[in-house]
Design a protein around this ligand. Structure first.
Ligand SMILES: C[S@@+](CC[C@H](N)C(=O)[O-])C[C@H]1O[C@@H](n2cnc3c(N)ncnc32)[C@H](O)[C@@H]1O
Length: 232
């Protein structure tokens, strides 16, 4: 039976939340709504992390979720799903988005939170796969760290963090063009107004170097954005 308690944002009521990126749980509900996720659907998530997003989605929207998690064996994701009584609706796979073991037209929606940007130069390959495994008419969406237009502030000293952010973060426009070039019809795209606030809240979870970057940037370049496209 569907759990209709969706008035709030169920992602923000997760006990002992383990978000692996800034604004992950804040952005999740916007992405779920924009990708038209409805009861009974089969969803693909790219970048499972702790599994809390997949489990919350399964539990509150009554969908099944396959979540790709190449960095771990998936045991913690399955354990969390079991604790939340949706064990049979969540499956983690140690698989990368660039090459997926699914037949074409398998999923009703594809989402990725704070993960697509990490695929860096392989994003076109991954997006091709995400589109291939989506059904016709399905929506494919990302919500993640994006940069604002313009160069990274020159007064921020060079560091590993600066180099990796520069390699991974793209502008909203860049992501929209990538989606359009792959034949998707863009249905939603925006930067989140609260982006820097969510970066600041996330700051306590990261290395000192990354903390310094977030402070020095002061919202001039780092942001968070959402892009959703529809497979024609
Ligand atoms: C910063 S974490 C975000 C996890 C989670 N979505 C969250 O917001 O808490 C990035 C995730 O991307 C996943 N990832 C990295 N490269 C990937 C790839 N090529 N294909 C699929 N997932 C990938 C990692 O396994 C990791 O879980």
């Amino acid at each position: 039976m569907i759990n209709t308690n969706l008035n709030g944002n169920p992602f923000l009521f997760i006990k002992e939340p383990k978000a692996l990126g800034p604004g992950s749980f804040e952005m999740a509900k916007y992405l779920v709504e924009s990708t038209n996720i409805k009861e009974g659907m089969r969803i693909l998530e790219v970048g499972g992390g702790s599994g809390q997003i997949a489990t919350t989605l399964a539990k509150f929207w009554n969908v099944s979720v396959v979540t790709l998690e190449p960095w771990s064996d998936g045991c913690d994701i399955h354990l969390y799903a079991k604790q939340q009584n949706v064990e049979n609706q969540v499956m983690a796979l140690k698989t990368m988005a660039q090459s997926m073991p699914f037949t074409s037209c398998t999923f009703d929606a594809v989402i990725s939170i704070g993960s697509f940007e990490m695929i860096a130069n392989d994003r076109p390959v991954a997006l091709t796969e995400m589109i291939r495994v989506a059904k016709s008419g399905a929506r494919i969406g990302i919500a993640e760290p994006m940069c604002l237009p313009g160069p990274i502030p020159a007064d921020i000293p060079d560091s590993e963090t600066k180099r990796s952010f520069q390699e991974c973060f793209a502008t909203l426009n860049w992501n929209c063009e990538l989606f359009s070039d792959h034949g998707l019809k863009i249905v939603d795209n925006y930067y989140f107004d609260e982006a820097y606030q969510w970066w600041q809240q996330y700051r306590i979870n990261v290395s000192e170097e990354e903390q310094q970057f977030i402070t020095q940037d002061n919202g001039r370049w780092i942001s968070l954005g959402l892009v959703v496209g529809e497979k024609q």
